[in-house]
Write a protein that binds this ligand. Sequence first.
Ligand code: SF4
Length: 86
Amino acid sequence: MADTTGTTGATGPSGTNGATEAITVDRDRCMGSGQCTFYAPNTFDLDDLSIAIVTDPHGDSDDDIAMAINVCPTRSIARTDKGEAK
Ligand code: SF4
């Protein structure tokens, strides 16, 4: 069962430089509009409460994920790169 409070997210290895990328959804801000699931359907889904969850941080292209982040009306999605390899 999905976490119903706070922030949910997922991390995964980057395909290009070994960095670990994390995408998180602030569940307290998300209004369940579903915009992210439209633009990046293999990365985001809505749970039983119609709040967005990250199903696969690399489910869609970087451009599609960036679009999903940009269209979110509540700015609930964050993407960070951690531990970038040199
Ligand atoms: S676009 Fe933003 S507000 Fe809409 S479901 Fe996705 S995270 Fe929630």
